[in-house]
Ligand binder design. Structure first.
Ligand SMILES: [Zn+2]
Length: 436
């Protein structure tokens, strides 16, 4: 080869070779990234689908209800999040009804799939079942179809070491087949998204309960605010982003922007703590101590941790009050027949199976049977709750920290507000460490 030919050869052949290798690398990369996922979904049996009839995120948990007609030759029906590589089994309760298998992830609204612990990745919600093919047990997958009134869901995990995951739960993302895809990506919180909301009860002209100690008058509204600000500070020191309905002694509207019944959902907070102090009727028995008001259909893990940790830090006790008490310290106050007759008292549309306190009922959307659609605005003055039909909501708790018209109890409260706050903050920490 002479020099000119050699130069020509290098000028044409080498770039051509580099180009071909480059194209090959892109093709191999594409196959590695997308090849597996496509081939996995290709293997799914697309002749039948499970119906998802209900989906709701309440606090940190996602719940599904659905049904599936499992073919005769199949057994061991499971619900999984899978992508062909990783597989997470989701525990379900199944019962047979009209030839269908009805399944639910949990009968408790604050259980089900804990979104905090879903690893980064892409998954599809699928039914997995086994069948016998040529004397061999084989697993088959079936997809799910949307029979709810809702579309895609979005969730941000609580801030941990300054980081969050965003979870997009989206319907029908693969060709023409019904699917439900979970995409978990690391992100940081957008400016309008928070971890936790605190709602110091009352304020301004509404002082709430009143008590006296050594000639000084104490207002519930101020005690609520002191504990709330202390709690906000502790949680922020622990890395959480915290929203609060008021930081000063002011009266706020319940359903207006930033109000007690909406802020937690506006900020996509995972938990809402309405902080209150109590008073008893002087004609009735003298009361003192702690009462935790909760939603219906919940598991009491977190409520018990609140009680345990507040008592540990403050030395208070569980209230002896029996009315509305479900188990010691935990209260579920439902609308009574009398409440229902008085439409002025609360936004209406109510039944005796609904929780009385708007701080619990209205904040949970469909999970807690929120009632206020604004139809009685002219009577009770309450505009509609914008999250009345929401299926992604906060998990709310209403804490009555003690009785301000009980002198002994007030002595324990005044000056110890930070201890009450610490008890609540520690309960949050313990709950997140132990809940799955
Ligand atoms: Zn109160």
């Amino acid at each position: 080869m002479n020099r000119r030919m050699k130069e020509k050869y290098l000028k044409i052949f080498i770039p051509l070779l580099v180009g071909l290798i480059f194209i090959l690398l892109i093709w191999v990369g594409y196959k590695l990234i997308f090849g597996k996922k496509l081939s996995f979904l290709e293997t799914i049996d697309k002749s039948i689908y499970a119906d998802i009839n209900y989906d709701a995120i309440y606090g940190i948990h996602l719940n599904f209800k659905g049904s599936f007609v499992l073919p005769d030759n199949y057994h061991d029906m499971k619900l999984v999040l899978a992508n062909g590589k990783d597989e997470i089994e989701i525990p379900i309760e199944v019962k047979e009804k009209d030839g269908k298998r009805e399944f639910v992830t949990s009968n408790f609204i604050n259980k089900g799939i804990n979104l905090e612990y879903l690893p980064v990745g892409t998954y599809y919600l699928l039914i997995k079942a086994s069948t016998n093919e040529n004397n061999k047990e084989v697993d088959k997958y079936f997809s799910v179809t949307n029979k709810t009134d809702y579309d895609n869901l979005e969730y941000y995990t609580l801030t941990k070491n300054g980081k969050n995951n965003k979870i997009d739960i989206e319907w029908n993302t693969y060709e023409e087949y019904p699917t439900l895809r979970f995409t978990v990506k690391e992100t940081s919180l957008p400016s309008d998204v928070y971890d936790i909301t605190i709602d110091p009860g009352h304020g301004g002209v509404d002082t709430g309960a009143i008590g006296y100690l050594d000639g000084t008058e104490y207002h519930e509204s101020n005690l609520n605010l002191t504990v709330s600000l202390a709690l906000k500070k502790i949680l922020e020191e622990r890395g959480y982003k915290v929203a609060i309905t008021r930081s000063t002694d002011e009266n706020i509207e319940i359903y207006e922007k930033g109000g007690s019944a909406v802020l937690a959902n506006e900020t996509k907070s995972k938990f809402n703590f309405a902080l209150h102090h109590n008073s008893f009727d002087y004609q009735a028995e003298e009361l003192n101590g702690l009462e935790v008001y909760v939603a219906s259909d919940i598991e009491f893990d977190f409520a018990n941790l609140l009680i345990e940790n507040i008592i540990k830090e403050t030395g208070t006790q569980i209230s002896p009050k029996e009315i509305y008490q479900t188990v010691p310290g935990i209260y579920q106050r439902y609308f009574s027949e009398d409440d229902i007759l008085e439409d002025e008292v609360q936004p209406s549309n109510k039944t005796t199976s609904m929780i009385y306190y708007y701080n619990i009922r209205e904040l949970g959307g469909i999970s807690t049977h929120s009632t206020n659609d604004g139809r009685y605005k002219d009577i009770n003055g309450y505009p509609a709750n914008p999250y009345n039909k929401a299926n992604v909501t906060t998990e709310p708790y209403l804490l009555e920290l003690g009785y301000v018209n009980n002198e002994e109890n007030l002595k324990l409260i005044v000056g110890n507000e930070e201890k009450y706050a610490l008890g609540i903050a520690n309960a949050i920490e313990k709950y997140l460490e132990t809940s799955f």
